[in-house]
Write a protein that binds this ligand. Structure first.
Ligand SMILES: [Zn+2]
Length: 344
């Protein structure tokens, strides 16, 4: 399945902010109304995989008591990660996407009868990391579901799923906790400073913030602030920076840039409204609108880049282009001097 144990996933799936959704899904299982394909959709790190794991356990439990009993043969097999009727399809080591062969193998194994004579469950996590051939192979399984079989798909990028897949699934949107709720939960996992910043970088998704903490994201945060903050030089060393960013967590760096630019533009909008004249950013008296418009164009480019970075994209070139545009934009306005002060 992955390096996280079933039990650890179930503990995470039990968080308070998913309670309503869990209740709705459990109710659908209890009353036999759960569609045979469910798409669990939410921002990355909102808990899709965890909830899929919880729902798989619930469907496989042979006591059908509205919650997985944890004690029947099925539950014990599931907790051990060895249930023969539970198929977990994910990205294999050294691969960047779910391969079409995995989906074909899955279709083959679904043709056999249930080993336990109960339900069969497939979890495809993350479903938005499939290519078009994999989607086409999956479509057949979705269109002709075998009896008593449930497909649970997880995704954070709705736009990466073809409409033909989405329309055949019941889509369940995962909510995010409030920042205060999330920070309180994160503190319980690990008592430390800096959760608010990590949560901000994770765009509010607590499980992603937790991953960020264990992958040393704070060092990357400092590195990015240095590149674009007081010590950074405009024009940048475009080739050097693009090379360094390409080699080390490019997706996280793009997310960081998007957040950084969003903050800048938000501040700029406030100060140009004259509402917050004492804020740290002051725009030049003329040209505000042009600068903001160009900033938003840059933000669009960043978002588009984030959507494409998982594919066969030349990441070095992508960062080079972005940095050239960013440097030009920063030179064309007076924010830089102010934003330098704000970061120190
Ligand atoms: Zn059970």
């Amino acid at each position: 399945m992955s390096d996280i144990t079933v039990e650890a996933r179930l503990v995470r799936a039990a968080v308070a902010w998913l309670a309503d959704l869990r209740e709705r899904l459990a109710d659908a299982v209890r009353t036999g109304r759960l569609p045979h394909a469910v798409l669990l959709l939410g921002p990355e790190g909102a808990g899709q995989a965890e909830l899929a794991c919880w729902l798989a356990g619930l469907l496989l439990c042979e006591r059908d008591a509205g919650a997985a009993c944890g004690d029947c043969v099925s539950c014990r097999l599931f907790l051990a990660g060895t249930h023969p009727d539970c198929h977990w399809v994910g990205i294999e080591a050294d691969a960047s996407a779910i391969r079409v062969e995995q989906i074909r193998d899955l279709a083959g194994s679904l043709e056999t009868r249930s080993f336990r004579g109960h339900r069969k469950v497939v979890v495809i996590d993350p479903a938005d990391s499939m290519n078009i051939s994999s989607f086409n192979a999956l479509l057949k399984t979705l269109e002709e579901p075998s009896e008593n079989t449930y497909l649970l798909l997880t995704a954070s990028r709705r736009d990466r799923l073809p409409a033909t897949i989405r329309s055949r699934c019941s889509c369940q949107q995962l909510p995010l906790p409030t920042p205060a709720q999330a920070v309180a939960w994160l503190q319980l996992q690990q008592s430390r400073d800096g959760w608010a910043r990590l949560l901000e970088l994770a765009q509010g998704a607590p499980f992603l913030a937790l991953n960020y903490a264990s992958s040393g994201l704070e060092a990357l945060d400092a590195d990015m602030q240095e590149a674009l903050g007081p010590a950074g030089k405009v024009p940048f060393d475009v080739l050097g920076l693009a090379d360094a960013w390409r080699a080390d967590r490019p997706e996280v760096r793009l997310a960081w840039l998007e957040l950084w630019l969003t903050e800048l533009l938000r501040e700029a909008a406030w100060s140009s409204d004259g509402v917050n004249n004492n804020r740290r950013y002051r725009l030049p008296a003329d040209g505000d609108r042009t600068i903001i418009t160009r900033g938003y164009r840059l933000l669009d480019a960043l978002r588009e880049a984030r959507g494409r970075i998982g594919g066969s994209l030349n990441v070095q070139l992508l960062f080079e282009n972005l940095l050239v545009d960013l440097a030009e934009w920063m030179r064309s306005n007076s924010w830089r001097a102010h934003s330098n002060q704000s970061r120190t």
